[in-house]
Write a protein that binds this ligand. Structure first.
Ligand SMILES: [Zn+2]
Length: 504
């Protein structure tokens, strides 16, 4: 018999969402929007689609671009397209508006006539979830018509929207698990956390760094709870702001986490519970169990220094992000071991060997260059002492793929200056060096060295005027750069002409 595999969509258990107050009700009137706190995406995080009704629709007035440096949030929120945007409020939705450190969902809305609209962002305004709907064809009038209050629509998470949400849920639920273990096992409160852009590791900020043993023990315990598949559920009741405890503040003055947003007007108090592990107020969407989550902690913490206090970041991965991270790091390792022709475990040793050899090779090249510079300058000095001209003039052109060809030319010039005797004739030497690959963007470095400032300046001025060499100098040295192809018959010939015209 042939094997078959049936892929079942996971579903949220009926006891996931619990209304613990006898008076809190989910509005059933389709003309009223259900407040953020008890939206469908929060009651049933695995639901992908809902039939619902338009409550209101307004044309979005684009906010002024934020000035100054971009906030971390800007990385996560998809940028709004330049098309017109409608701000649509629905009776209910599966598209989560950003909150609790969890970024916005993206999704689609299908209107009555069957047209599919992209929801590029969803935000909480007061207590309401607002869908930012892109009007791709720019026809605002017909878009407003499609979203007439009272009309029936389908709000959905499309494939990309669901993948994005599933990743966010995996990271957010693991953050609750991780923060609870850090708090209860090591007395480390979570000061803040960041759900970074996929596929980067997320992090929690804690008051101090952790040892590798501490990190491993927390990871082991987290994964024991994952293996058990501890259940997660939500409890909601009416919000009584007077009963809310203020956010705890450490001795250092740092607040522990964030309290309920000041501007939240939804009137719902929502608590996320991981059975026997954690109970935390949060508006985010959370997986119904820890099953299959697998938490991986990067085995180090990064120290952070603020003006008066220090803290540390502990990075973590879970769910789809952990798989993406494993695939990419494995690929890096395999690619590197192929380059080094060794097995993966030998990579660190081989890399440090290569680095060490390179350092040695660089030093040797430096030593050899100094030695060679002496020989070249010795030849120049003997030609200088045998010369019968009033001013000894010479051009030497080299082809050199060194990363610092000017350094070598300077070594030659220095060795020459050091060997010049007082009785020797005045001289001016032009040294140039091009790379072996000549293109219109290639650079040739040029160095002028001479026995007096006037000769050097005359040569430098002429190089600038006749060859377009950009540079400058002081005293007996002048250096510059020529851009383009350096030809023996043209550029070197011009240099010869320049030297010929220089007189004392
Ligand atoms: Zn949360």
């Amino acid at each position: 018999m042939a094997a078959t595999a049936v892929l079942l969509h996971p579903t949220t258990p009926p006891d996931y969402h619990r209304i613990i107050s006898p008076t809190l009700q989910i509005p059933s009137n389709p003309q009223v929007s259900i407040p953020v706190g008890i939206l469908a995406c929060q009651r049933d995080p695995l639901l992908r689609q809902i039939n619902t009704t338009v409550v209101s629709c307004n044309v979005s007035q684009p906010a002024a671009a934020p000035s100054g440096k971009k906030t971390k949030k800007a990385v996560l929120t998809p940028t709004l397209p330049s098309d017109p945007i409608l701000e649509v409020i629905l009776h209910d939705t599966v598209i989560f508006p950003e909150g609790g450190g969890q970024p916005t969902d993206t999704g689609i809305i299908t209107t009555e006539e069957g047209k599919v609209w992209s929801v590029v962002q969803a935000k909480r305004h007061g207590g309401q979830g607002v869908h930012y709907v892109q009007v791709k064809d720019g026809n605002l009038e017909s878009a407003i018509q499609a979203f007439t209050p009272g009309s029936k629509v389908i709000a959905s998470l499309d494939e990309a929207g669901y993948d994005r949400r599933y990743d966010h849920m995996s990271m957010h639920t693991s953050q609750h698990l991780l923060s609870a273990l850090l708090e209860t096992r090591l007395n480390l409160p979570t000061l803040s956390w960041s759900l970074t852009s996929y596929p980067q590791p997320c992090y929690v900020e804690i008051p101090r760094g952790m040892s590798p043993e501490e990190i491993l023990s927390i990871q082991t315990e987290a994964n024991r709870l994952v293996f058990e598949g501890r259940k997660v559920h939500i409890e909601v009741e009416e919000l009584d702001r007077d009963k809310e405890r203020p956010v705890e503040v450490l001795e250092s003055g740092r607040a522990v986490g964030r309290g309920l947003p000041e501007d939240y007007t939804g009137g719902v108090k929502r608590v996320v519970i991981i059975d026997g592990v954690d109970k935390n107020p949060c508006c985010g969407t959370h997986l119904p169990s820890l099953h299959n989550l697998q938490v991986f902690l990067l085995p180090h913490t990064d120290a952070l220094s603020r003006s008066s206090t220090t803290s540390a970041r502990l990075y973590f991965l879970a769910g789809p992000r952990l798989i993406a991270h494993t695939i990419s790091t494995h690929k890096h390792l395999v690619d590197t071991s192929t380059i080094l022709s060794c097995g993966a475990p030998l990579v660190p040793e081989r890399v440090s060997q290569v680095v060490e050899e390179r350092k040695k090779a660089e030093k040797r090249v430096g030593d050899v260059e100094t030695e060679l510079a002496k020989y070249i300058s010795r030849d120049l000095l003997s030609a200088l002492s045998e010369s019968s001209e009033a001013v000894f003039k010479k051009h030497i052109h080299r082809t050199d793929d060194s990363t610092n060809p000017l350094g070598f030319l300077s070594s030659i010039a220095s060795a020459l200056t050091a060997g010049v005797l007082p009785e020797m004739k005045p001289h001016v030497i032009i040294l140039s060096s091009s790379s072996s690959v000549q293109t219109s963007a290639a650079t040739t470095v040029v160095l002028v060295s001479g026995s007096d400032d006037k000769l050097v300046k005359a040569a430098g001025d002429a190089l600038r005027a006749r060859l377009g060499v950009k540079g400058g100098g002081k005293g007996q040295k002048w250096s510059g750069k020529f851009t383009g192809v350096w030809k023996e018959s043209k550029e070197s010939a011009t240099v010869a002409g320049i030297l010929k015209e220089i007189n004392q």
